[in-house]
Design a protein around this ligand. Structure first.
Ligand code: ASP
Length: 327
């Protein structure tokens, strides 16, 4: 059933929040980020406009960002201390509150697809490591050699982080600029509303550069990095994962909207303020079943974008949604 204009369709995405400095982001590099964001929005929009589900739109949008080397997810994932790329992802269906997630996987090309397979074809919500990889292989998902995830840029970042004994959320611009403080988190996420009025959310990441001991952040934790409920909102988070877990960021945002009637921005802003009180920072994208949304962050930038019924992709990184460029 094709979508019609009187039913709102919406897809909102992020490609990570952090201390992105305008004077350090080279225009040609910014253009690459914007192009991938726009491609992701158009891929998800195509699903929605054809009458597809919000879940399928979230997957389509995230797969584009996972397959790109520029974001910290899938192909562009950062390295752990031991020199592996350990990937986390989750997805949630707002209509049923079914959810699936994988953590610390090293051979699944598209972790978001594996999270979806867990949701659809297992009795579980979260599978980790080798078990998750065996499950993904059984589900005929694409398995790759760990070397598929190798990129020189990420490898160099790991060497720097090891030399400085830093476990870093930063993965990107510091290597371009040599600036240690130019921090950015490059997790990717998407929230979508389909023509049936169903919400979905998904998030995918490589986590932190130089992470150790099987560290897992908020991304694959339902209620922290990802949450969706048609009765409230769909949420995807990016930022300092430990603090997002401790604040149950996704659920906390949804609960304020459901129980306290807060606006999307008020709720997201409050969640980020709470996270700041325990030393965390980052961003949230939030969408409700009417198609209202917010893209909120307490860092200097968040790669982000939005598309609606008109099929026009709007993308940007710095503050001020009015500054979003049309792609
Ligand atoms: N939240 C992610 C994590 O802690 C990192 C990020 O958003 O860049 O694993």
């Amino acid at each position: 059933m094709p979508a019609t204009d009187d039913r709102p369709l919406r897809l909102v995405i992020h490609g990570g929040a952090g201390a992105v400095r305008r004077d350090r982001l080279k225009p040609e590099r910014e253009r690459v980020f914007m192009q991938v964001l726009a491609q992701s929005l158009h891929a998800g929009h195509a699903v929605l406009a054809a009458g597809g589900s919000s879940i399928d739109a979230v997957i389509a949008a995230i797969v584009i960002m996972e397959d790109s080397p520029v974001f910290n997810a899938g192909k562009g994932a950062v390295f752990s201390h031991e020199g592996y790329n350990e990937l986390d992802a989750s997805i949630m269906d707002g209509a049923t509150r079914m959810a699936g997630a994988v953590a610390a996987v090293t051979t699944i090309r598209n972790p978001i697809r594996a999270a979806h397979a867990v949701m659809m074809h297992s009795r579980h919500v979260l599978l980790i490591g080798r078990g998750a990889e065996s499950f993904a292989a059984e589900q005929a998902l694409e398995i790759v050699e760990p070397s598929y995830f190798y990129t020189q840029r990420r490898w160099d970042q790991l060497q720097k982080a090891i030399a400085k004994e830093r476990i870093t959320l930063d993965h990107d611009l510091d290597s371009d600029s040599g600036e240690e403080n130019n921090e950015k988190h490059g997790t990717v996420g998407a929230v979508a509303l389909d023509y049936r009025g169903n919400l979905a959310a998904g998030t995918s990441t490589g986590g932190l550069t130089n992470k150790r001991f099987g560290r897992v952040g908020d991304t694959p934790i339902i209620g922290a990095g990802t949450y969706a409920d048609n009765q409230s909102v769909a949420v995807s988070a990016t930022g300092t994962g430990e603090m997002f877990i401790r604040s149950a960021a996704g659920f906390y945002t949804a609960a304020q909207i459901k129980l306290q009637n807060k606006s999307l921005f008020e709720a997201a802003d409050h969640t980020l303020a709470e996270i700041a009180t325990i030393g965390g920072e980052g961003g949230l994208i939030v969408l409700n079943a009417q198609g209202d949304y917010t893209m909120c962050f307490n860092t200097s930038g968040m790669f982000r974008g939005v598309i609606g019924n008109d099929g026009v992709a709007r993308v940007g990184v710095f503050s001020g949604d009015e500054s979003l460029a049309v792609y």
